[in-house]
Ligand binder design. Structure first.
Ligand code: IMP
Ligand code: MG
Length: 187
């Protein structure tokens, strides 16, 4: 069984439902459109987790912009990253002198985004800000904060709306909390 029931069996509770996501993403889009009016913007999607957030956010933004995609792999497992980031797919757009917004699914330890920010800053953008759907500040291991954040969440492992556990659950339309027994029984 790999259908709807399977997913429901492993997701304990809905933390943020579809309607709440839709409303918050619309607010973020409006805010970004105000803050970046008349600026040359490159909105970067960090694959794969940010894919849902990025595509909804881009449509909620009413300003002229370029969209690009970056694939990163971090050394670590599903629940813990080392923060050492390898670029698996780079953006095609030059960001020098442009205003860059990174769309990411979640800031956890913060190590991935800290590293990514350093890599992109070397290309001398006019500005670089991070827009995260979710923030888990309790887990932070370095001095970094999202510039824009959809929701601050408690220290629980979440899936859905792009976020995965071992590549699965990304297509859930809401953000749900994984049942601990679902990852304990996984191997
Ligand atoms: P960080 O370097 O610890 O901030 O890790 C960020 C990355 O870890 C995110 O881009 C996610 O891919 C993954 N991650 C962290 N927390 C969760 C979670 O609760 N669910 C799913 N993925 C997560
Ligand atoms: Mg992930």
């Amino acid at each position: 069984m790999r259908g709807k029931e399977f997913m429901a069996m492993h997701v304990g509770k809905v933390l943020i439902d579809e309607e709440a996501i839709r409303r918050r993403v619309a607010e973020l889009g409006e805010q970004l459109s105000k803050d970046y009016e008349d600026k040359e913007v490159v909105l970067i999607c960090i694959l794969k987790g940010a894919v849902m957030f990025f595509s909804d956010l881009a449509r909620a933004m009413t300003i002229h912009l370029k969209m690009d995609f970056m694939g990163i792999s971090s050394y670590g497992d599903a629940e813990k990253t080392s923060g050492i980031v390898k670029i698996a797919k780079d953006i095609d757009t030059s960001i020098t002198g442009k205003h860059v917004i990174i769309a990411e699914d979640i800031m956890d330890s913060g190590l991935t985004l800290l590293h990514l920010k350093r890599i992109l800053m070397e290309r001398k953008p006019a500005s670089l800000r991070i827009c995260c759907l979710l923030d888990k500040p309790e887990r932070r291991e370095c001095d970094i904060r999202p510039d824009y954040c959809g929701f601050t969440i408690p220290n629980e492992f979440v899936v859905g709306y792009g976020l995965d556990f071992r590549g699965e659950y990304r297509n859930l339309p809401y953000v749900g909390v994984m049942k601990p027994e679902a990852y304990e029984n996984c191997d």
